[in-house]
Design a protein around this ligand. Structure first.
Ligand code: UDP
Length: 272
């Protein structure tokens, strides 16, 4: 899709041609940097945009850029709709849920930093991120934890008959999580599971592909899961991968989620 870009918003740009058929008001220098080319302000450019963020028909979130990562400014409802839109759209997409520990890691780990920046959906998982955004003068609508996002997406997937693959955690945990999720979301198809302690990527990629999964929850802990999704995701045939850390342990009941009172206060980390 060739689309007209919007100023001040981050896009993932695949290619561009210097034709005059699509006019942008001004080409931001940030966008020029993204595609690694020098473009004059005001020059007519045709972009091929592969990020959903740029698609006015899907969701028009602004990506708020903090020091080492950008966050999509979405409420939980909007994030869930965005996730569903990514599943429906062709091609591979991945979502990340950075918390302050991610940002610390991203300071020194350039590959991880880039993987976060390249994500199709970036959710602010933690009150620390919300506070940082506020302090930096770019407040976000609110925290969207990975678990809350996953639950909303699962509800939608169950209603739509979409296929879920669970990857990660110790042997047996993903199977237990699958059983609990199928009870909690009648109609949900869990098409496959795999533990997170494997040495070769290829058999796991093949497994996901063979199951014809639409969505895969990748729970290997950060930064491993983000790097894994970005590297292997496109080969799996999945439409959406979501990096969810310890979510399978929570779904399996191996680890309890913090009580709601802690969650509301943004103190889930304190409970742990
Ligand atoms: N994990 C995994 N493979 C690994 C390392 C971790 O599957 O090589 C799993 C681990 O069993 C746990 C999940 O990743 O279920 C999250 O780990 P951790 O609590 O360290 O990450 P966080 O939730 O803090 O991102």
């Amino acid at each position: 899709v060739a689309l007209c870009g919007q100023m001040g918003v981050d896009y993932k740009v695949k290619s561009y041609k210097g034709t005059g058929s699509l006019r942008m008001h001004k080409v931001s220098s940030r966008m020029a940097k993204l595609i690694g080319e020098k473009i004059r302000d005001g020059q007519d450019v045709r972009f091929t945009i592969i990020s959903k963020l740029a698609d006015p028909d899907s969701y028009g979130a602004e990506r708020v850029v903090l020091k080492n990562a950008g966050f999509d400014d979405l409420t939980l409802d909007e994030a869930a709709r965005a996730g569903a839109a990514l599943v429906e759209r062709g091609g591979f997409h991945y979502a990340v849920t950075p918390n302050p520990e991610f940002l610390l890691e991203a300071r020194t780990n350039a590959a991880f930093r880039q993987t976060l920046l390249d994500a199709d959906l970036v959710l602010a998982d933690g009150i620390g991120v919300i506070y940082s955004a506020k302090i930096l003068g770019r407040p976000l609508k609110g925290k969207v934890t990975g678990i809350d996002f996953a639950q909303r997406l699962l509800r939608w997937m169950a209603a739509q008959g979409k296929r879920l693959f669970l990857l990660g955690a110790k042997p047996g945990v993903a199977e237990l999580a699958a059983a609990h999720l199928k009870d909690a979301y009648p109609g949900l198809i869990v098409c496959g599971t795999h533990d997170g302690y494997f040495t070769q990527d290829a058999p796991v990629v093949e497994d996901i592909r063979a199951c014809a999964a639409d969505v895969c929850f990748v729970c290997l802990g950060a930064p491993k899961q983000e790097l894994w999704m970005a590297k292997n995701g496109p080969e799996t045939g999945c439409s959406l991968m979501v990096g969810l850390g310890g979510a399978l342990d929570v779904f399996a009941g191996v680890v309890e989620r913090a009580p709601e009172a802690y969650q509301k206060l943004g103190l889930e980390w304190l409970h742990r």
